[in-house]
Design a protein around this ligand. Structure first.
Ligand code: PMT
Length: 402
């Protein structure tokens, strides 16, 4: 289950740090790629050299180490990770994580990652029982989606007996494996997603397009793929890396995108139109570069309507998938989104406010979802997190319709 998974193991300053060596060995045995990040306090319990030998990679210890940043900067490391596992997680680290501090490499990495974060708390039983620690843990788990591998009860290194011993490495390993297993719950689903802008040629060197970056659509593709779905991603003019386990088809014009969309939609359970498709294209594309003329200050291009890709998918008489559209609006968001939901025959529409240059090419978005029966707001969040929540909503409605 953990084969080829990229796992950051964070170690904070607790005596249980010695057990993390065994956890790393288990992860390596399962063919996971492991990179270790230590807080300064952790170095008092285990040495970076030991962890380097066990993990097979250099250990990162400091946010301000130019050498380490050169090798793999903290943002790069945060993006690299499929999972971040903090074992042991001390009371101090848990408190810092809760309030979003970035005062060492590990806490900064946690802020910068969109990967799931797991913590294995380890501390004195009184510290664990303390109401502030419990509040911090509850906030992390309930509000911030952090996954907690509960500590065990027993005799502690300090001589006390109670709850606070870090879960055994085998238990942590099993927790991670189970997470990945259940995270693969969409293996029987095929999804086709369009993303990014189309480019409509004017002549061999010019085109009509828009500001879409593809980030929203790519994030949705990644979120589906992480849950085991088979994902087709039809990209317009997008310069982003293809998410893992996603089949990408590059297109430029609306006509080319429509052709691929109609072909793949009929083999899909769900179709999501996140692309910003140009509504019009130039009627006659010049075969040579259009020259500037001296006799007029104006130039006229005749445009014709492009096919409405999502509407054509949603009106398929046979093999129609569950269809999710987007609505990019600068005014009257609800009114226009609801009318597109009906007119295009969609099952769900995700409306976003794109006035004032928001959303396009931004890393964050918020969505107002409208289905035939209900509506729901998904508040402002990183597009990767938002995509994960959106996948849950889509799957819920898709299952209700079956
Ligand atoms: O790519 P990013 O920078 O991350 O930005 C994300 C986004 C703003 C592009 C995205 O969130 C979004 O709103 N995508 C839809 C943009 C759009 O074209 O909206 P629309 O309201 O014009 O179109 C409504 C729906 O019809 C969309 O699902 C669109 O894909 C589809 N459409 C539109 C025209 C057309 N000819 N064919 C279509 O399929």
């Amino acid at each position: 289950m953990l084969n080829a998974k990229k796992i950051v193991v964070g170690i904070t300053g607790g005596i249980a740090a010695y057990k993390t060596i065994l956890l790393i060995r288990l992860l390596k045995k399962a063919n996971a790629e492991v990179r270790v990040v230590m807080t300064p306090a952790a170095e008092a319990f285990v040495t970076p050299l030991t962890l380097q030998a066990i993990s097979g990679n250099a250990v990162a210890t400091s946010l301000l180490d130019p050498q380490a940043e050169l090798a793999m900067g903290h943002i790069e490391l945060a993006k690299w990770a499929d999972m971040v596992v903090i074992a042991p997680a001390t009371a101090d680290f848990i408190a810092r994580l809760r309030v979003g501090m970035g005062n060492d490499l590990l806490s900064t990495l946690c802020l910068a990652t969109s990967a799931p974060i797991f913590i294995a708390p380890a501390m004195n039983q009184q510290m664990y029982k303390r109401s502030i620690t419990q509040q911090n843990l509850q906030n992390l788990v309930n509000e911030q989606g952090v996954l907690c591998i509960e500590p065990e009860s027993g005799e502690q290194a300090c001589g006390d007996t109670g709850v606070g011993r870090m879960a055994e490495p085998e238990t942590i390993f099993e927790f991670l494996t189970d997470y990945v297993k259940t995270a693969q719950d969409l293996q029987n689903i095929t999804v086709t997603i369009t993303a990014g802008p189309t480019q409509e040629a004017i002549d061999p060197v010019r085109y009509i397009s828009n500001h879409s970056s593809g980030k929203m659509g790519f994030a949705i593709a990644k979120a589906f793929a992480e849950r085991g779905a088979k994902v087709n991603l039809i990209a317009g003019a997008v310069k982003l890396d293809t998410p893992q386990n996603v089949k990408r088809f590059d297109t430029l014009s609306a006509i080319a995108m429509e052709q691929k969309a109609l072909e793949l939609a009929q083999q899909s359970d769900i179709f999501i139109g996140c692309a910003a498709v140009a509504d019009y294209r130039v009627k006659e594309v010049a075969t040579q570069k259009i020259k500037k003329t001296d006799d007029s200050d104006e130039m006229t291009l005749t445009l014709v309507k492009n096919p409405d890709i999502i509407s054509n998918v949603a009106h398929l008489a046979q093999n129609r998938p569950f269809v999710v559209g987007f609505a990019a609006e600068t005014q009257d968001l609800q009114k226009y989104a609801k009318s597109k939901l009906q007119r295009k025959n969609l099952d769900l529409i995700c409306a976003n406010d794109v006035s004032n240059g928001q959303v396009f090419n931004s890393d964050q978005n918020c969505l107002h979802l409208f289905s035939q029966k209900s509506d729901k707001i998904l508040p402002l969040a990183d597009k990767s997190k938002l995509a994960q929540t959106l996948v849950n909503e889509i799957i819920k409605l898709y299952k209700e319709k079956q």
